[in-house]
Design a protein around this ligand. Sequence first.
Ligand SMILES: C[S@@+](CC[C@H](N)C(=O)[O-])C[C@H]1O[C@@H](n2cnc3c(N)ncnc32)[C@H](O)[C@@H]1O
Length: 340
Amino acid sequence: MLLAKVSRERAEAVRKQLFKRRLGAKDRRILREGEHVFIPLVAAPPPGLAGELGFELTEGETREKSCYRPPYDLVLEEAGVPDAVKALLPRRWEMLGDVLILRLPEDARDHFAEAARAYAKVLGARTVLRERAHIDGIFRTPDMEFLLGDDAVTVHLENGILYKLDASRLMFSSGNIDEKMRMAALDCRGETVVDMFAGIGYFTLPLAMHARASRVIACEINPLAFRYLCENVELNRVGEVVEPVLGDNRELSGERIADRVVMGYVRTTGEHLRDAFRLVRKGGTIHYQDTFPLEIFPARALENLSAAAGDRGYEVALMREVKSYSPGVSHMVLDVRVLD
Ligand SMILES: C[S@@+](CC[C@H](N)C(=O)[O-])C[C@H]1O[C@@H](n2cnc3c(N)ncnc32)[C@H](O)[C@@H]1O
């Protein structure tokens, strides 16, 4: 059978991507051999995917999972709640390190405790959080309730990078993994990068560690996220490359200092474009992310660019969807090459 051969460090990120694309074989065991992991596939991946995600295709056999049962089935069995409540238990969840995040509807409140215990047992979580509402405010603070445990500080491993965070107070968008992988695959040797919305290092760390940028100025306005950003820089040993800056990116000093400006933010990113143009040097690139209703895309994005560019010439080298954001609205990224 077809196997995806990948280094141990990248295995988890690649596995997630392959299963997301329904290419992973659920009934076969993943094989670990030395520094490599072999992920069994149900079909040949589309051309280019192996290069993009960083795996090799090979042939081989792995053992069948003797009695594979989907984790969700095990949760239902373990929870022991009435059928009406079972129907409310979510089929999807987010696991950050050993902290599990669930979107349980309020109607199931009387059974939150049993449900949390069941998910925790099946998925191996130490703490279970319930996401009450979507992230909010400039800091993108999540609204979480503890269902099990009282400590949500954890270390999440993604694409060979350690992200420490307090999952009850800070967001981590696993949905942006394609964009993080794209940034990780760039060759930024010799470059100075400005990450205008660094958070805990979502883009800063892949750019410093995998894309090997020479210098990353990582700006973050939320003191709590900034604290974890600094810890993550140490944890991943990129202190010589990353310069964390606490404050508003509109107050970053300098003109034409960056070969690359990363704008990992949505909803109001356009308000920061003028500063991105101020910071980027001739020949540099701005990765402009934002959310747009599809009926006004790309017109609105292009209007925002032309309003912010002043007399700088630029071209849009790429536009792609990062993820679907809400019905009719997408989180997009535009790579803008600044010509003069
Ligand atoms: C949480 S990240 C967005 C998510 C990220 N793109 C991802 O992939 O998960 C955005 C960060 O930008 C920070 N931020 C918002 N406005 C800012 C500003 N004016 N200057 C610097 N940082 C800012 C927020 O505090 C937040 O930590």
